[in-house]
Write a protein that binds this ligand. Structure first.
Ligand code: 5RP
Length: 226
């Protein structure tokens, strides 16, 4: 299977997992990116089985609406039973790097209010130690230089994502070469830097279930196994 087929396979596995739990009142948290898009397209086939969705980005909201799926404001929908989203990297403990698409803040919020966070990814995303993928942080524009200097103090190389503005009107700095052998500690250190709205480490709230697309089929890894 190629990478696209793996993405479709994990999206189908996520739908198969949640479908028995859906009813007319169900509102599903939906992530952002190409793998999440596969999930959205499959959701369209069962749109009468649930009420609607909460989107982690404007792009996801648009795609959901294009399929006729109602999109709710999180404030009127939380808590959510399920959140389904991709990742840029995952380790075996289901700690993630997210934000390659720049939607990390809303993704982290939706993950926080969801009982079960299902991460869908192809096997290229599974790594031993997080950090080969540059870690995105969303930053208030006026704090860009300050945050960059603080990141250097932590040992990372900050790279401003040129020409990119988040759905929240902020910028993204991608951190290269950061030691993320202790993800929770790094997440907390970054949380403490004024001007960073959100960092893309999902370690304090990791995924609960990883559906990993491999050449041998979709592997299901739950957090308790890790
Ligand atoms: C967007 C994200 C995505 O989940 C992540 O970038 C993975 O995307 P894809 O499924 O296209 O590889 O965090 O902010």
């Amino acid at each position: 299977m190629n990478q696209d087929e793996l993405k479709k396979a994990v999206a189908q596995a996520a739908l198969d997992y949640i479908r028995p739990h859906l009813d007319q009142d169900s509102i599903i948290g939906v992530g952002t990116g190409s793998t999440a898009n596969c999930f959205i397209d499959l959701l369209a086939n069962v749109r009468n089985d649930f009420d609607g969705a909460v989107a982690s980005s404007d792009a996801t909201a648009e795609r959901l609406k294009s399929h006729g799926i109602p999109v709710y404001d999180l404030n009127s929908a939380a808590p959510l039973e399920f959140y389904v989203d991709g990742a840029d990297e995952t380790n075996e403990h289901l700690e993630l790097i997210k934000g390659g698409g720049g939607a990390l803040t809303r993704e982290k919020i939706v993950a926080a209010v969801s009982k079960t966070f299902i991460c869908i990814a192809d096997e290229s995303k599974l790594v031993g130690i997080l950090g080969e993928f540059p870690l995105p942080v969303e930053v208030v524009p006026m704090a860009r230089s300050y945050v960059g200097r603080e990141i250097v103090k932590l040992g990372g190389d900050p790279v401003y994502r040129e020409g990119f503005i988040t759905d929240n009107g902020n910028i993204i700095i991608d951190i290269h070469n950061l030691d993320i052998s202790r993800p929770i500690q790094v997440e907390e250190k970054l949380n403490n830097i004024v001007g960073i709205v959100t960092n893309g480490l999902f370690a304090r709230r990791p995924a609960d279930l990883l559906l990993l697309g491999t050449a041998d089929g979709v592997k299901s890894i739950s957090r308790q196994d890790g």
